[in-house]
Design a binder for this molecule. Structure first.
Ligand code: COA
Length: 165
């Protein structure tokens, strides 16, 4: 048997319906037309994940400049249930980490997860994310409504590793 081919591809007007379908299956929250309009303009910040040419996952991020810092916010990152634990989530997070590293100007990466989403919390901890805050009643129509904020601080750029006097 040959190994499965797992790769990322762009989100385009041609395949955006697949992204909408995937997100509706993977997440308990629904996303509005503005979300998908922005995703189409997001370039490398939005990707579909393919398993042997079938869409099975997606990641959508945006740049957040509130709170006096420049942060990458992971809005959605998910994979269809039968395709989990095959490294597809890892491929998507690695893409985000590469993006942030190449940009060189982010302070951190963050996202929200439902407090009971232990699988996702374990997953993100593997990549150096930590729970930095818990937001009570963050979600409106789902239970539990509380969210953890998971954050990965990016090594301070612009600061030399060692200074020569
Ligand atoms: C979280 C999620 C994206 C992980 O995707 P995935 O493709 O299964 O992740 P990977 O196969 O790359 O997992 C990498 C490692 O993360 C850890 N991990 C992943 N899922 C885990 C789980 N359910 N429980 C414990 N550890 C987990 C494991 O260490 C795993 O390595 P291993 O399989 O060799 O043990 C996926 O479970 C998912 O789509 N969940 C629903 C959506 C969601 O909650 N997204 C998070 C908020 S944006």
């Amino acid at each position: 048997m040959t190994r499965a081919n797992i790769e990322l591809g762009n989100v385009t007007p041609h395949n955006i319906k697949q992204l909408k379908k995937l997100n509706s299956v993977v997440f308990p929250v629904s996303y509005n037309d503005k979300f998908y309009k922005d995703v189409l303009e997001a370039g490398e910040l939005a990707k579909l994940a393919y398993y042997n040419d079938i869409v099975v996952g997606a990641v959508c991020c945006r740049i957040d400049t509130s709170e006096k810092s420049r942060r990458l916010y992971i809005m959605t990152l998910g994979c269809l249930y039968p395709y989990r634990r095959l490294g597809i989530g890892t491929l998507m997070v690695q893409h985000v980490l590469n993006y942030v590293e190449q940009d060189g100007n982010f302070d951190s990466i963050f996202l929200h997860v439902q407090v009971n989403n232990e699988g996702a919390i374990d997953f993100y901890k593997k990549f150096g994310f930590e729970i930095v805050e818990t937001r009570p009643l963050y979600y409106k129509r789902i239970e539990p409504a509380h969210a953890h904020v998971l954050q990965k601080t990016i090594r301070n750029k612009g600061q030399p590793n060692g200074s020569v006097e």
